[in-house]
Design a protein around this ligand. Structure first.
Ligand code: NI
Length: 339
């Protein structure tokens, strides 16, 4: 039995594998868009029986790794040594936790995602942030839903750009000639510039979704700033434009983090319709979740990255046709906030 620790940094992933008897394989590096290569590496080094361990500051890998048949455990920050601002703890540190069968590791699953067991933390952080969020909303710097007086809806896609799903989403949007908003993670934006360019070239809006998709309440102020600034740089390097919108991973927030984002001139965008496509339900469920309760100004949360999104792609034409039939205009979030 082998354990693979997977670390992230400013340029991609590092993998360290360790066997039950302590044998270690040389560490290997992968670009963020080469999770298939990473999985092949694990198969070659570790065989079929391998446990993946990720630092909780990475919310991107568990979906694709579980999709490839791995068990994925999360190590939480209070159980780990200090990490650099621009990365997780080293891959070997994570691998050794798995090898030692550290009981504090949390096994992730598709139904709960990376945040398994932390729903109460999320709710508490949101409650604590509500006064700051309300104040920012009055300044137009925080939004869950657009103006009620306009018959418009914004479709949003998180966690890409990611092959092959981002291109498939873009194909559907082009077919219906409707725009959407893509909240991109920095690791993916840096690794897939051609897809990012296509999003921009086809008239969609690109927002900032942090570098490695962490739970913001776990981060220091410097880490929040790295997550946001590095992602803005990566997007601007490709498209020539810095994003004006940001979506905190999981909708996670703290009063400080919200103020950091606002100081960067970024409008924080949440959503009011969660399709729950991240949990990979059927296309019918995704469609129903998008449309049930939709109102003027609704912001619909979907995903083009972070796992198998074929059901999201299948649901998208049905969702768009229903919205157009109900006379909703589809707009990007930046247009929605502009009125
Ligand atoms: Ni996300």
């Amino acid at each position: 039995m082998w354990t693979a620790g997977i670390a992230w940094d400013g340029s991609g992933y590092e993998v360290a594998c360790i066997a039950t008897d302590g044998t270690t394989a040389p560490t290997a590096r992968f670009r963020a868009d080469d999770v298939p290569g990473l999985v092949r590496h694990l198969g070659a080094v570790c065989g079929a029986q391998v446990l993946g361990v990720v630092d909780s500051t990475n919310g991107l890998l568990d979906g694709p790794l579980r999709g490839a048949g791995l068990r994925v455990l999360r190590a939480d920050p209070w159980d780990l040594p200090a990490r650099p601002v621009a990365g997780s703890v080293p891959a070997l540190t994570l691998a050794r936790r798995g090898q030692a069968q550290d009981p504090r590791l949390v096994e992730t699953d598709t139904a709960s995602g990376t945040l398994k067991g932390r729903d109460a933390d999320l709710a508490r952080a949101q409650q604590l942030s509500a006064p700051v969020a309300d104040a920012l909303a009055r300044e137009g710097l925080f939004l869950e839903r657009g103006p009620a007086g306009l018959r418009q809806v914004a479709l949003t896609f998180d966690d890409g750009p990611s092959a092959p799903y981002t291109d498939r989403v873009l194909d559907v949007l082009r077919e219906y000639a409707v725009p959407a908003t893509f909240f991109c993670v920095g690791l993916h934006a840096q690794a897939a510039p051609a897809v990012l360019t296509r999003i921009a070239d086809e008239g969609h809006c690109i927002g900032n979704h942090t570098w490695s998709h962490p739970f913001l309440p776990d981060l220091t102020r410097d880490e929040v700033l790295f997550q946001v600034d590095a992602t803005t740089r990566a997007i601007a390097a490709v498209t020539g434009e810095a994003p004006t919108l940001v979506r905190p991973p999981y909708g996670s927030q703290t009063p400080d983090a919200l103020e950091c984002l606002a100081e960067r001139g970024l409008t924080t965008v949440l959503w009011d319709r969660d399709t729950t496509d991240w949990a990979q339900p059927s296309a019918d469920t995704i469609t129903a979740n998008a449309l049930d309760g939709i109102v003027n100004g609704s912001v619909v949360l979907m995903h083009d990255g972070g796992g198998d999104r074929s059901q999201t792609v299948a649901a998208l034409p049905v969702i768009i046709e229903a919205l157009l039939a109900a006379d909703y205009r589809l707009v990007t979030v930046d247009r929605m906030t502009a009125g």
